[in-house]
Design a protein around this ligand. Structure first.
Ligand code: ZN
Ligand code: MN
Length: 473
């Protein structure tokens, strides 16, 4: 007998906001434990949450990307559970009235486009972090993650293969990151996945008993865990057993699945409407504004770079690998930069700095880098000097103009000055001159190099070249 697996996913993604969903604390990752806290996210009695409007807009962006219905009125609910990672004793989430219903994600597969339907997308707050150190009886609690905004995305059980799962997750992540909804840092737990899995004999319509694997933070782990669980359930059924409905944890290091302790699993959430928050009311105008602000997706960038900017495939795809890098290049071109020269800067010196592009941008805005290129184009400075000026700009945040003026790096194109230097070099190197006149034209490189050395790179190499050719002819 053959068994068919049925898999549905629930994805939790952090939203790329600066502050938490119901208070003004930072969402920054890796802060000193408990430093991002206030009476609201510490769950003190008598304080009131205030919704961060930005979280609604980011969730709306996702809805517009997947064709979900943004409901004009939605409500928060309290999900009650007693676990020490939430100081309030409940999580503010959404239950009967989520912000978004439906939607669908198109996934390209070798067999054609597949459609994975979405059931709902809602807003909620993240819990804090419990830290258990090996060999210590105590557990520690870090509140920093408490109240970091999340969208929870629930799919229909539409996955027919492990490849579908992995393609779906990668596509979803691309949409989240390129739409500015999530930063998508997997190693910081920005995207976490739960999987619901059941199997049924081929030909049977009714779904089998399902199990749920919780809290996986790598897509590879999701695929291994689902694969493991399908095999496990098939083994049970084939030997005459019954699958028990339970919540499981996947141990990636040992490729093993174990049940969660039953106490953690005994859920009775007693959802009820959150009385401290007003309903979220979304107007058509608001939706249209968010739609008009949607940033381009990866494919749109690649297309723009190849077709409009005539950049090579390699440049286009490398630049579009990160939305922030793509936007930087795009802004250079919009500031009047030549696309290929701009691409050379970004893929070369800019990425070599290894500075986060948004940090880099603070010191070197795209239009400033375009100006630096213009100083090279009009002969004010040489290409090698431009690289030095670039390093200074990246380090200090000074403009190209200020650096060039203050340090006397302006290129020497003055004919008389260069000719004087060239004559001196010809006099000092009779042997090389002889070689050149005997037909060894490569010696030209030596001559030009000498002038560049004397002027510390400031001579205009084309000009120097021309002068030597004249003097030596
Ligand atoms: Zn707070
Ligand atoms: Mn959730």
């Amino acid at each position: 007998m053959k068994y068919l697996p049925t898999v549905g996913l629930e994805i939790h993604s952090h939203l790329a906001t600066e502050t938490k969903i119901f208070c003004g604390c930072s969402t920054g990752f890796g802060g000193e434990p408990n430093s991002h806290s206030c009476p609201v996210c510490l769950g003190m009695p008598g304080v009131l949450p205030v919704l961060n409007r930005r979280t609604v807009e980011l969730a709306m962006r996702l809805a517009l990307r997947v064709g979900g219905e943004i409901r004009h009125r939605s409500y928060f609910a309290r999900k009650n559970y007693f676990y020490p990672d939430l100081p309030k004793g409940y999580q503010i989430s959404m239950f009967e009235y989520p912000l978004i219903r439906g939607g669908c994600l198109e996934v390209d597969t070798p067999g054609g486009t597949k459609f994975i339907r979405l059931n709902r997308i809602h807003l909620e707050e993240d819990a804090g972090k419990l830290i258990h150190q090996e060999g210590h009886a105590d557990s520690y609690f870090d509140v920093n993650r408490c109240g970091v905004p999340l969208v929870e995305i629930v799919t229909e059980p539409d996955f027919e293969s492990l490849d579908d799962i992995s393609r779906f997750l990668n596509r979803l992540k691309e949409i989240l990151v390129f739409s500015g909804v999530s930063r998508g840092n997997m190693e910081q737990g920005d995207i976490r996945v739960d999987a619901n899995i059941s199997i049924r004999p081929e030909g049977q319509k009714e779904l089998g008993t399902r199990t749920e694997i919780k809290n996986m933070n790598s897509f590879a782990n999701v695929v291994s865990a689902v694969s493991y669980e399908i095999d496990r359930q098939t083994g049970i059924v084939e030997t005459g057993g019954t699958v028990v409905q339970e919540t499981l944890l996947y141990d990636a290091d040992n490729d093993r699945i174990s049940p969660m302790r039953s106490k953690e699993e005994a859920h009775d959430y007693r959802y009820f409407p959150e009385p401290d928050l007003v309903p979220i009311v979304v107007s058509e105008e608001w939706i249209e504004r968010v739609r008009s602000e949607l940033p381009p997706l990866k494919d749109e960038f690649i297309n723009r770079f190849k077709v409009e900017y005539m950049l090579p495939d390699y440049d286009s795809e490398t630049l579009a690998a990160s939305p922030d890098v793509a936007v930087y290049l795009d802004d250079m071109v919009k500031a009047g930069g030549d696309p290929k020269k701009s691409s050379n800067w970004v893929l070369g010196k800019v990425l070599e700095t290894k500075i986060d592009i948004n940090e880099f941008r603070k010191n070197v805005p795209p239009d400033e880098l375009v100006k630096l290129q213009e100083f090279t184009d009009d002969g004010t400075i040489s290409g090698s000097i431009a690289k030095m000026v670039f390093d200074d700009m990246a380090a200090t945040g000074k403009s190209a103009d200020v650096i060039i003026k203050s340090s006397g790096l302006t290129q020497i194109s003055n004919r008389d000055e260069l000719e004087k230097l060239a004559r001196g070099i010809i006099e000092a190197n009779p042997k090389e001159v002889e070689k050149y006149r005997a037909g060894k034209k490569q010696v030209m490189g030596f001559f030009v190099g000498q002038v560049m050395k004397l002027t510390k790179g400031k001579a205009n190499p084309q000009e120097v070249n021309a002068i030597f050719r004249e003097l030596l002819s």
